[in-house]
Ligand binder design. Structure first.
Ligand SMILES: [Zn+2]
Length: 469
């Protein structure tokens, strides 16, 4: 074994030639998983990694988000005791049937580090096979076995983004959306009890019933993640929008057609305004989820307790995330305002131009401005310093109030100020170009500033926290 590895190391120590930066094929997650009724999943991930690191790598790191739900987690979205904590077991990691060395590390056991035993050069491919088992936590999280739904968001090991010379490790903070990933391709097979209805990030390419089990198969290209929601209670209504099928999965909604209608209309509006929605299907799912909603490529959650206005608002907000977060990605731990700000702005202009839904965009803008301004005043009144900087790590927020004002309200006010300065048509033109340029890539504040050259100074003053609302 050692000799074999040594030989591989010697062979691969030859420098990586031919490292020309060019468009590489996506890495691919091939997952086979079985969901058992008791909230347990057994899964196999066969990860085809295409190396995009200029100097090559002999290590891969994966975010292990499910580990944040274990009982002794210190960085966790769980705030109170829950009846069942999550458990994650990495059973084996192999390449071509041979064991690879791995460890669970990171600041809170949030990282799966795999030693490849050889250097993989830029553009080279390696397939890493990971067998893992999960016990889902109870509750109403992105990942949980809830009363009505099983939420499978961030449920498998996800490759860390290689950023600034290292794999970027995501910790699962209670505040914000602690995710950062590159686009990849997905081939997912999910075996579930036949009584369950399954919503997912992609259209099922096949559905094989065998006794009381059903196997669903999916393929999705160019996506940052792959999520599913399972429920015995789901009803589903669907409508076509061009070539895209829009679905609404629900179990507690007396007027489901309204949510489907606003989703379809907003998908069409954002496609026309910013650029085409890239997938065949889009599903909105009611779920046991404690926040308003949550975005994944091709699938979003909305909280099952929302009133009609909040349901419509949330459905549109999560739909807009398909453009900002989904297609144009960013590090949501350090620059959450990039996707949340544009998403809030997109939502507001949708309601302004689609008045039949009776949601006032003037009120949306005004509430954001007032809330951000009042937050600043409250801090000043208790002698605390106001920090309006938008580029800020999730760990540095004092609480949800600061996060909401920094990542949602002030960026929305910033976008409205720019709109007032240069006009909505110009803002739309800039965002269309931004979408086209950074489609399936990740951006930072620099790319936003470059695109808004017309209002760069105004934008910078907000982002740096100088402009007072
Ligand atoms: Zn959002």
């Amino acid at each position: 074994m050692k000799k074999f590895l040594l030989l591989l190391v010697i062979v691969c120590l030859v420098p990586c030639f031919g490292c020309n930066k060019q468009d590489l094929e996506n890495s691919c997650y091939k997952i086979y998983a079985e969901y058992l009724d008791n909230g347990v999943i057994g899964a196999h991930l066969s990860f085809d990694y295409v190396c995009d690191i200029k100097d090559g790598t002999d290590v891969l790191k994966f975010n292990l988000f499910t580990n944040a739900f274990r009982k002794d987690a210190s960085i966790t979205p769980i705030e109170d005791n829950i009846s069942v904590y999550g458990e994650t077991e990495i059973i084996s990691v192999k390449e071509k049937g041979e064991d690879l060395k791995f460890e669970i590390c990171g600041s809170d056991k949030n990282i799966l580090k795999v030693e490849l035993g050889k250097i993989i050069c830029y553009g080279e491919k390696i397939t890493v096979d990971i067998d893992f088992g999960l016990v889902l936590p109870s509750g109403s999280f992105r990942y949980c076995k809830g009363e009505s739904t099983v939420n499978l968001g961030n449920w498998f090991p996800v490759l860390c983004v290689y950023d600034n010379g290292a794999f970027y490790e995501c910790e699962y903070y209670a505040i914000g959306d602690p995710f950062y990933s590159e686009v990849a391709d997905f081939k997912v097979e999910m075996l579930v009890p036949s009584k369950m209805v399954v919503a997912s990030s992609a259209k099922a390419s096949s559905c094989d019933v065998s006794g009381d089990k059903t196997l669903y198969s999916y393929e999705l290209k160019n996506a940052r993640d792959f999520a599913l929601v399972l429920s015995e209670k789901f009803s589903v209504i669907s409508e076509k929008s061009g070539s895209v099928t829009v679905n609404y999965y629900y179990y507690d909604d007396s007027e489901p057609e309204k949510t489907l209608e606003v989703t379809k209309k907003s998908l069409e509006y954002f496609s026309t305004t910013f650029g085409n929605y890239p997938y065949d299907e889009f599903s909105v799912c009611q779920s046991n989820f404690s926040e308003g909603g949550m975005e994944y490529p091709g699938l979003v959650y909305i909280n099952d307790t929302l009133n009609l206005a909040n349901k419509l608002y949330t459905a549109v907000h999560e739909t807009a995330h398909q453009w900002w977060y989904g297609v144009v990605g960013n590090n949501q731990l350090t620059e959450a305002y990039l996707d949340e700000g544009l998403t809030e702005y997109s939502t507001a202009i949708f309601f302004d131009e689609n008045k039949e839904f009776n949601i006032s965009s003037a009120l949306i803008f005004e509430n954001a401005r007032k809330s951000a301004s009042m937050y600043g005043e409250i801090l000043q009144s208790v002698g605390k310093e106001t920090d309006y900087k938008m580029v800020k790590h999730l760990k540095d927020f004092s609480g949800n109030l600061e996060y909401v004002n920094t990542a949602y309200n002030r960026p929305l006010t910033m976008m409205k100020t720019i709109e007032d300065a240069i006009g909505r048509d110009k803002v739309k033109t800039v965002l269309k170009k931004y979408y086209e340029t950074y489609k399936f890539k990740t951006v930072t504040t620099n790319e936003l500033l470059e695109n808004f050259s017309l209002a760069k100074k105004l934008l910078s003053s907000y982002i740096e926290g100088k402009a007072v609302v």
